[in-house]
Design a protein around this ligand. Structure first.
Ligand code: HEM
Length: 404
């Protein structure tokens, strides 16, 4: 398989690899694919409706994860992997990805550390002892390969254009059509970079809302009004474009993902030729330097003395002066990184988070199962939440989307 732009360190190679697929990630392209996202959401509300009817607690850390994994499967791999349908980690694929992040987060911190793994004896031992988890990813790669080959041979047919099709139509550096491996690496990229990050964002918003009932109620009022004024009845749910226009929802998404950015380890860069001056520090050429989005997002210098507090209202301007402050602060939230390596999947993640939060809180009431220890966060590059259990019930409003 060829190198992915995620891993490319050469600036020119990165620029080429990123630009040839960036059309697939543009907002217009994502919005054209919104019906795929909605299909996954509808299936999710149906399954969660079942939990509500049976009065069973929901492991939200798993269901948010299943949603995000099925969306990227649906958009970038020509079909969902079936996590929501089966209500489980199909073939242990998610677990194998999380294991990969554990490895990435813990290796490479000491000189020559990767030699522990990158030698034939270690590879043999890992193959023998870790076969079940390694197999999970092999099973996924085989599944992906089958889909890519099928699409490359048979084309799109009458189906709506998806990200997979964009990847297949990309060209290599010499202008030739890309090969199977190039297409597959884009799918793997998205699975690694775009699923957990999004579900972590969804859970960050859930966590804040479930701990703040007054604000949750205000959000639900905003949603109910929007559904009513948009005439969204029987089986119709809010679109991203309409959800994005809701000021309180927008403030909640921005504020929650500011305080709990999905990626919390540093975003490393090499200091450029001649070095770089950042504030009072000079970094020599080639120095690896970076900042964690978590620390940048909580900077009191940028966001004020209450930077550590969850206050969605900080994003709603009451006068022109506040409008100016917000304009500047918006550019300094680092949840999606900055510059030429910033998150290419931001549009998709934003569409998913808005739709998930707006539609869930329109259809359900939710409460934390354990208010003392509502969830556990473990950071291994990504700040994963687990043990996030909630009780849900259907809201008493006209809503035909949630199947009874
Ligand atoms: C809430 C969800 C997400 C968050 C918080 C997030 C955050 C980030 C961050 C911080 C970076 C690194 C930027 C840097 O080094 O400056 C990044 C890069 C990246 N993200 Fe996301 N991401 C999210 C969702 C997604 C999605 C949905 C996709 C794909 C569909 C995606 C694909 C990527 C890729 C491919 C890169 C590498 C970009 C490059 O090297 O040019 N991300 N993301």
């Amino acid at each position: 398989m060829t190198v992915s732009f995620f891993a490319a360190t050469d600036i020119k190679v990165h620029r080429h690899l990123r630009s040839r697929v960036s059309g697939a990630y543009s907002m217009s392209s994502i919005l054209a694919m919104e019906p795929f996202v909605q299909q996954v959401a509808d299936e999710c509300w149906q399954r969660l409706g079942g939990f509500a009817d049976e009065g069973k607690p929901v492991p939200m850390h798993q269901w948010a994860n299943y949603f995000a994994f099925d969306v990227v499967g649906q958009l970038a791999m020509g079909g969902k992997l079936g996590f929501i349908e089966q209500g489980r980690d199909v073939n242990g694929i998610i677990k194998s990805i999380h294991d990969g992040f554990f490895l990435m987060a813990n290796m490479g911190n000491m000189p020559l550390q990767m030699l522990w793994f990158n030698n034939s004896v270690a590879q043999w031992v890992v193959k023998k002892s870790g076969s079940r988890r390694l197999n999970a990813f092999t099973v996924f790669l085989d599944w992906l390969e089958e889909r890519v080959v099928e699409r490359m041979e048979n084309g799109l047919g009458s189906q709506r254009r998806d990200m997979l099709q964009h990847f297949i139509e990309a060209k290599d550096m010499s202008g030739q059509p890309v090969k199977k491996g190039d297409v597959m690496i884009e799918g793997v990229n998205i699975l690694g970079a775009g699923a957990d990050t999004t579900s972590i964002g969804i859970l960050a918003i859930f966590g804040a809302l479930l701990q703040n009932p007054v604000q949750r109620k205000r959000l639900q009022e905003e949603l109910d009004q929007a559904y009513e004024s948009l005439g969204l009845t029987e089986g119709r749910d809010i679109s991203f474009k309409d959800a994005e226009n809701l000021p309180y929802l927008s403030a909640i998404v921005r504020e929650s993902t500011r305080l709990h950015p999905s990626i919390q380890y540093q975003l490393p860069r090499y200091a450029p030729k001649g070095g770089v001056q950042i504030g009072s520090h000079h970094f020599k050429e080639g120095t690896i330097c970076g900042i964690s989005p978590a620390s940048m997002n909580r900077s009191k210098e940028i966001f004020g003395d209450d930077a550590d507090e969850w206050k969605p209202e900080r994003w709603i301007a009451r006068d022109e002066e506040e409008e100016e402050r917000i304009k500047v602060q918006k550019t300094l939230v680092t949840t999606f990184g900055m510059g030429s390596r910033s998150c290419v999947g931001r549009n998709l993640a934003t569409v998913e988070m808005y739709k998930f939060i707006a539609q869930f809180f329109r259809h359900f009431e939710a409460e934390l199962v354990n208010t003392q220890k509502p969830w556990v966060t473990k950071t291994q590059w990504f700040a994963f939440q687990s043990e996030f259990w909630i009780n849900i019930r259907r809201r008493e409003i006209k809503s035909a989307v949630v199947a009874s």
